[in-house]
Design a binder for this molecule. Structure first.
Ligand code: GDP
Length: 365
């Protein structure tokens, strides 16, 4: 499964946030056969559509889909030079598919800040620079290898060489690989380099308990937003400490608490949805009387592949996907009404599944 890594400098609230994630965690009863890595937190993906479908279909049970976060401890300034847990840290980042960077935006004199004062932009730049320097080193090494091949007029080596030089130039100007423009063809080669700064990023602004209702009064949050806009990245505001408390509540208590705080959705729920979509993930539903269930797929997947997420037999014997969009189903009120309104389509092998599709797969056994 795709996973998002939680990173950040020491004392910004990573462990607190990760605690909230594991406490909120999806029931481990759903994973009877796996041992879960202690650095991985599995959460349910909040989706109001699933509640609505449950209301319409009244199934015996409802199963949300899940998402994984990985806790990546140990970045400090100098990580790319092996400081602290430097190399280990970088190899852990290499294994995740997206980066959620926690940034300290809360002022609390009792909690030491590694560089002496709260300065979210300096913190972000410190981390981003470490990742860029690590990538610079990989690219420089690769250039030496490719240059030898390029001398022998190896055509592919020449193409790669140009890409590497372009990347090196960006890194030397402290720009991440994701800011460099490439054609689709070039992008395939770039992906093969397994760089750190090609991974999509979102920033998690960790604010104080008293600021969560009006986070934009916090000047640090403003700064992070401005920075993120230049980086084409999203910002999610959380108060990690409050999230830790929320994670212990049941649904009803949670709703009351959020209401008291004056917020509609918990920061963690927002983070889960943002990370999910950052990774290019989307949800389709199956809605039978036995079970209403949400399934995660990658955007762009075709119907048979999506069927295979449920069971390999579904993919192998795929015939058709009886499909209705969530909106059309809700508008109709039930499956029969949607059918009568002509909203239920019989889609074939080439159909690209959309977020919110409610699907009944037909297959040969
Ligand atoms: P990490 O080193 O990034 O994992 O940071 P921790 O999660 O251990 O947090 C460092 C300290 O900051 C702990 O004492 C936390 O209780 C505190 N802390 C974390 N989040 C918040 C917050 O939102 N508000 C306040 N006031 N303190 C926080």
């Amino acid at each position: 499964a795709l996973t998002a890594g939680i990173v950040g400098l020491p004392n910004v609230g990573k462990s607190t946030l990760f605690n909230a994630i594991t406490k909120a965690g999806a029931e481990s009863a759903n994973y009877p056969f796996c041992t879960i890595d202690p650095n991985v937190g599995i959460v349910e993906v909040p989706d109001h559509r699933l509640d609505k479908l449950t209301e319409l279909v009244q199934p015996k049970k409802t199963v949300p889909t899940t998402f994984e976060f990985t806790d990546i401890a140990g970045i400090v300034k100098g990580a790319s030079k092996g400081e602290g847990l430097g190399n280990k840290f970088l190899s852990h980042i290499r294994q995740v598919d997206a980066i959620c960077q926690v940034v300290r935006c809360f002022a609390d004199d009792n909690i030491t800040h590694v560089s002496g004062k709260v300065d979210p932009i300096a913190d972000i730049e410190t981390i981003n620079l470490e990742l860029i320097l690590a990538d610079l080193e990989s690219v420089e090494k690769r250039i030496v290898r490719v240059q030898k091949l390029a001398k022998q007029k190896d055509k592919e080596a020449l193409i790669e060489h140009d890409i590497l030089v372009k990347l090196k130039d960006a890194f030397e100007n402290e720009k991440p690989a994701r800011a460099v423009e490439f054609t689709d063809e070039q992008m395939k080669i770039v992906k093969g380099l397994h760089l750190l700064t090609t991974k999509p990023v979102l920033y998690v602004a960790n604010v104080g308990e008293d600021e969560i209702a009006e986070p934009d009064n916090n000047e640090y949050v403003q700064q992070v937003r401005e920075f993120a806009e230049k980086d084409n990245a999203e910002v999610i505001v959380v108060c990690a400490k409050i999230e830790e408390e929320i994670a212990e509540l049941d649904e009803e208590e949670k709703a009351m608490f959020l209401d008291e705080l004056g917020i509609e959705e918990s920061g963690l729920d927002q983070l889960i949805r943002a990370a999910y979509s950052l990774l290019g993930l989307a949800t389709y539903f199956t809605a039978g009387v036995q079970e209403v269930r949400a399934w995660t797929f990658r955007r762009g997947m075709k119907a048979p592949e999506c069927a295979g997420i449920i069971h390999t037999d579904f993919e192998r014997g795929f015939i058709r996907a009886e499909t209705v969009s969530y909106d059309d189903l809700v508008a109709g009120g039930n499956m029969n009404a949607a059918k009568e309104a002509g909203k239920v389509r019989l889609e074939g092998k080439e159909y690209i599944v959309k977020d919110g599709d409610v699907i009944h797969f037909r297959f040969n056994v």
